[in-house]
Design a protein around this ligand. Sequence first.
Ligand code: GCW
Length: 608
Amino acid sequence: MNLWLRQLKKDIPADLHTPVELARFELGSALPGLKTELRVQASMGDAYRIDPLDDGSFLLTGGSTGLLYAAYRLITDRLCGQEITRPVSSSPKYALRMINCWDNADGEIERGYAGRSLFFRNGRLDYDADRIRTLGRLLASAGLNVLCINNVNVHYPAQLLLEDYLPDLAALADLFRPFGVKLMVSVDFSQPMRHGVATADPLDPAVRAWWQDTAKRVYAAVPDLAGFLVKADSEGRPGPFTYGRNHADGANMLAEALRPFGGVVVWRCFVYNCRQDWRDTKTDRPKAAWEHYAFLDGAFSDNVILQVKHGPFDFQVREPLSPLLLGMKKTKLAMELQLAQEYTGHQIDLYTMIPMWKELYEELPADNIMSIAAVSNLGDDENYTGHPLAAVNLYTFGLLAWDPDVDMTAAVTRWCRLTYELDPLQEQTLVELLLSSRRTYEKYTAPLGIGWMVTPHDHYGPNPSGYEYDLWGTYHKADRNAVGIDRTHEGTGYLDQYPQYFRDKYGDPASCPDLFLLFYHRLPYTFRMRDGRTLIQRIYDDHFEGLEETRAMADKLSSIVFPEPDASVIRERMDKQLYNAREWCDIINTFFHRLSGIPDEHGRTIYD
Ligand code: GCW
């Protein structure tokens, strides 16, 4: 299944080895009548230029991967009914456009909602090569160029990717090479200790030697491996803290090992105390990343990229941009997004992410962000993303990582047009529906930036106090009068981690944007919002609206004629979403009504 490239009917032959060969094949089979000339200009890398010539032919110029991207641009423009009539030049804003799979070697996917791993079975790399080629085609057509295949929580035997399974890794890298997709692997910081080294201390010469030797072997097998991805000292993973070292010590040690081969260390900043005592009011989890990393700004080697989750918590529906992304000016950074709908509906509920990403990109500084990464929403389901409409997130993630200024309606329309041949009215309905889906989901789930009212561990469906007395630092502290945590200077001081303009924007509840209100402030239910409503009334209204909008969405969706098997899957998941939205709406409203005792001004049903 070619998803948004379903009009490309020919499978990719196994004997293509370079992006240029592939570009020729794709152009020849997708646009058989069209004359194209491909001119390699190696220095252009991923960038390309397309010149329409007087005789109706096209001249494509670019680096080898650039030519492949140019070919997909020409093909997809044509499939969308758009003609290139003027020269087009394009180059990616971010050098590394990465998908991070959380696939375990046994084939399970952590937070996977689209089946099992496409890469692993029974503890080994084992896959359907045709599906891998199709995936490569999809990734390249979206401009994506790095794929980390294994979970950042590296479970045995995934460690063997650097050892016994190296030949398998090399074979997989060969498969992806024509697509311009480089592999990356997650590594376990304590791995040397499985090989007779007494410690994993990053400053110990034996540890350094082990990693250097390992890098040499790995790059002999996969010379273009993008590098290593590391989750250290996070949620129980090993890391430099065990040895009294900091994260620059750890990352730079690995960077030194990868440097001779041009590899990068992508080092995640998802470090916080995951064994917090809920009685402890001093610790405020969103502050953690800054406290661990900000003082190290400038201390990382030039082939280290710090990968920072977009918000300070963990992929909630609404979080501010992480202060690290704004404040670490002397460090190379990657922003990490999550396509896997862990907190956003498990690829059952519709949740199109581009409106949220647009907000993030608008705030992102221009200079030191090198890379954009996203946790994968892929699996071995026939349609790759579980919900057929969740593929819009994979595709538009790629478009934005290439060019964050892309218009979001245009991007979603492009995906719809490539994926389905709908009549214009239905297409417009689908585009509108997808673009509104995030806001709708936000309305029926946790209110006004508070997050975390999900069922613990599984993270689907409501449980307003599920995490309230737990270890994870994710509290809302709702009582009969008020809800939220004060994160201003007078409160936990989280907001102090931001530049002044940011503090000014969010620091005062009277001017703080509504949707962030409870992220930054603790407020009484009677607090008057700018539009005159009380906080509690706004919570009720949002939840009733969220449910109503979901019902309207279901109606609209049923008016669109999707092809099978998509139609059945979409219908079946929409039924589940309706159930979920109702559960959320009623449980959240009841929760706050029971606490506050304040009735809904409109007398709607709240179950007590
Ligand atoms: O939110 C948590 C997820 C974990 C995940 C972790 C992370 C891979 O629930 O499943 O582990 O984030 O990002 O490392």
